[in-house]
Ligand binder design. Structure first.
Ligand code: MET
Ligand code: ZN
Length: 765
């Protein structure tokens, strides 16, 4: 009989219980016992939910108070000395590594200020994990036994689970060397690490675990030979030390084919593949397995919110069964469901037609079970028919399809992707802006104060009228402009007070989007996001930002930057459609934004910034066709959005959060780019963009911190940059928007920044 399995379930709770509990604990408002109790309740709830849904193989140890990779670091005692030395309780050590440890000085102790470990993106998802950090002195030992405890906890509830662990190779590859050991290659620690893995596996076996899911997601990346070889070492050692452990090696988010030679012959009981992402890898996967090994068929999408096409999924699993036989197949989610919202039932405001197209984590449980029942020959005819109906209703819905939008994208030609003139001619035309040498500007947002949130809530609750709100926003814009005058900036922004979020604000005004009330997904720690959903062809019914920009422009004679979020970023920070390519979705968004850019220009806005902070994260995980295509279409969609303007209109773009490839930025052909920069301590990084042909502003201070760098520090940074970049090309700006700062903080920061710019302006005058 074919079994159903789920690789992991969201741990945040349908009502964000985990966030509330952890933040209340951090704030000192509740005890550690209160927090642990909430964790225990959530785990019990999630296991029961899965059991009741009929899932056979339910994950345990998928729960975490912060991040599952950080949990592994704690478990293996990979705790850098700087966090060890305060002898904190376990859970506080965990939080210290995840969020940093800050304590004011007391009479007897000095102040403590230990920054958090680095946090990085989990593959191409919007989840972030805490990066394991290794030194030459790192030794591994078992610290507690969380996976065993959680396995037993479920067992006590009468629920047999399959514990999940991050695999040893991925654990090391996803980590990095600490500052004191920069020459260390984490993978070289493998042999030291394996005995601890063996110990955990043995304990799980002793506790009764029948099989163990061991995640090796790095198998979907480009791997060097050393890492590939590490799989053989790792799994042979484990098989030798714990021969009875039945391991299911799980891969997800991509194509394993280029690394199948590393998987072939491993002494594991089975391998899981993500066939939602890459159905084409079925034959190769089958080929790579021995006649005894299990094929776990990831066929229900763990990364999206769409109802699966169950009939298609059944056919796919049947084709796998035809190749390897029923005894060797497991039906599974493509990845952990961590990346999907918890329960569609909590959405009461979604249009019924649209709601019928979605499946959140809870609904996906039934999907896995229905597919499993179908291939086992149980009667699920009614379920499959209902599913087919909803799939075809979505495909033909007028919400999904907009002929005019489709036509516009189909007719896309070179003319839509190119500015009228080359940069040199545009620069000449932009002299009308009368900018000084080293022009100063900010990235867009100014403090989102409590007052702004209060007024927005009042508007939403109907306690104030739209006119009153508009007046309030105008006053905020006036204040922001006055502030910029006082600080002495050159190119102003209106401050974005009207925007709750840089993607949602646009999604709400575009046709083709839907929003949830409770569709939260963990981004990192206690920070969750609620991505908008692209449900249909995207267009812009009416201007989205012109009113505010025009108003701002009317208040001051200085150039005022219009401020938009770019097509790729809107796409990446939403749940995309799965029936249309990402490229086409980006193009549709690009045309909608092109209309907005052109309308801004017509309204007299002469500088327009289109932010693309997410452009890097969309880059496919490995080299190859898909990546080459992306580096074409992603910048092209930016150019579609921005190329409809006159030479004299200055187009800016902005990037943060990531290590960018300078070549990709070049392809945008923006007149000016601003890039997050201040936290890069690597001196080579400064060279990175040195052949950027147009103008550039390298972020000069960290907007996430209240710290005010003295003017001398700004001068030093500018001097360093000037050693590499031509002075005519340089802009002076912060890393990113200032929405998380207080007004008095950014006043001091910007004043020092502007004064430093003036020093250089005088010097070169
Ligand atoms: C994450 S990038 C943010 C850019 C936006 N214009 C802001 O200033 O907030
Ligand atoms: Zn930014």
């Amino acid at each position: 009989m074919v079994l159903s399995s789920v690789l992991g379930f969201p741990r945040i709770g349908a009502k964000r219980e985990l966030k509330k509990a952890t933040e209340s604990y951090w704030a000192g408002k509740s005890s550690v016992e209160d927090l642990l109790k909430v964790g225990k309740e959530l785990r019990a709830h999630n296991w029961k939910l899965q059991k009741d849904a009929g899932v056979d193989l339910i994950a345990s140890n998928d729960f975490s108070y912060y991040d599952q990779i950080l949990d592994a670091s704690l478990l293996f005692n990979v705790i850098p000395e700087r966090y060890q030395k305060y002898s904190l309780p376990q859970i506080d050590t965990l939080f210290a590594m995840g969020r940093g440890l800050q304590r004011p000085a007391t009479d007897s102790t000095p102040a403590v200020d230990v920054p958090a470990l680095e946090m990085v993106k989990w593959f191409d998802s919007n989840y972030h994990y805490v990066r394991p950090t290794f030194s030459h002195s790192t030794t591994f030992k078992l610290n507690g036994q969380k996976p065993v405890d959680e396995y037993l906890e479920a067992k006590e509830l009468g629920i047999e689970t399959r514990p999940v662990l991050i695999g040893p190779v991925s654990y090391l590859v996803l980590g990095k060397a600490d500052k004191d050991s920069l020459d260390l290659e984490p993978i070289s620690l493998l042999e030291k690490l394996l005995p601890v893995y063996a110990e955990v596996l043995q304990k799980l076996l002793d506790a009764g675990a029948k099989s163990i899911q061991i995640d090796e997601p790095v198998l979907v990346l480009d791997l060097d030979e050393k890492v590939k070889a590490a799989f053989k070492t790792a799994y042979s050692v484990l098989a030798e030390k714990v021969p009875a452990a039945k391991l299911i090696l799980a891969t997800y988010f991509g194509d394993v084919r280029p690394n199948l030679d590393a998987v072939k012959g491993l002494p594991v009981a089975g391998v899981h593949f993500d066939f939602v992402r890459v159905p084409e890898q079925l034959d190769a996967a089958v080929e790579a397995l021995s006649a005894e090994q299990i094929l776990s068929v990831g066929i229900i999408d763990g990364r999206n919110i769409w109802k699966a096409d169950l009939n298609k999924a059944v056919k796919f699993v049947e084709s796998a069964i035809a190749k390897v036989g029923k005894e060797r197949v497991i039906v599974a989610t493509s990845s952990s469901l961590l990346h999907t919202p918890v329960d569609l039932e909590n959405e009461t405001k979604l249009d019924a037609e649209i709601k019928d197209w979605f499946a959140f984590a809870t609904q996906k449980l039934s999907e896995v079970v229905i597919v499993t029942k179908a291939v086992n020959g149980e009667d699920v005819k009614a379920e499959l028919e209902a599913n087919a109906k909803s799939i075809s209703a979505r495909a033909s819905s007028s919400i999904t399809n907009d002929a005019a939008v489709q036509k516009r994208v189909a007719e896309l030609g070179e003319k839509d992707t190119k500015r009228a003139s080359a940069f040199a001619a545009r620069l000449e035309a932009q002299k009308s802006l009368n900018l000084p040498l080293f022009p100063t500007t900010t990235i867009g947002s100014f403090p989102q104060t409590k007052e702004i949130r209060v007024q927005r809530q009042k508007l939403n609750k109907g306690e104030i009228t739209a006119e009153q709100y508009e007046k309030f926003i105008e006053k905020e814009i006036q204040d922001a402009i006055k502030f910029q005058e006082e600080v002495g900036l050159d190119v102003y922004v209106h401050g974005e007070p009207e925007r709750n979020d840089m993607v949602q604000y646009f999604g709400e005004q575009l046709k083709g989007f839907a929003f949830t009330q409770n569709g939260w997904v963990q981004s990192y720690g206690s920070r969750y996001v609620r991505p908008p959903i692209i449900v249909g062809d995207v267009s812009r019914p009416s201007p989205m930002t012109v009113k505010e920009s025009k108003y701002a422009q009317s208040v001051s004679p200085k150039p005022m930057k219009g401020m938009l979020t770019g097509p790729v970023t809107i796409l990446r920070w939403s749940f995309p459609r799965n029936d249309v390519s990402q490229k086409v979705q980006a193009q549709q968004l690009a045309f909608a934004l092109r209309d907005e850019v052109n309308d801004l220009e017509a309204a007299g806005v002469t500088v327009i910034q289109v932010d693309e902070p997410a452009i890097r994260e969309g880059l496919p995980l490995r080299e190859g066709e898909e990546r080459s295509a992306y580096v074409q279409w992603a910048p092209e969609s930016f150019r579609i959005a921005t190329s409809g303007v006159k030479d004299s209109t200055q187009i800016h773009s902005h990037f943060c959060y990531s290590d960018l490839d300078p070549a990709h930025i070049k392809a945008l052909d923006a007149d000016v780019v601003s890039i997050e920069f201040s936290k890069k301590d690597d001196s080579n990084y400064i060279q990175n963009f040195s052949d950027y042909p147009n103008h550039i502003g390298l972020g000069l201070f960290d907007i996430h911190s209240p710290r005010v760098p003295p003017q001398s520090e700004f001068e030093k940074r500018i001097a360093d940059i000037l050693a590499v970049y031509p002075k005519e090309n340089l802009w002076i700006n912060p890393d990113c928007g200032l929405k998380t700062r207080q007004w008095d903080e950014c006043r001091k920061q910007l004043t020092n920044m502007v004064n430093a710019a003036k020093v250089f302006r005088e010097k070169y005058a």
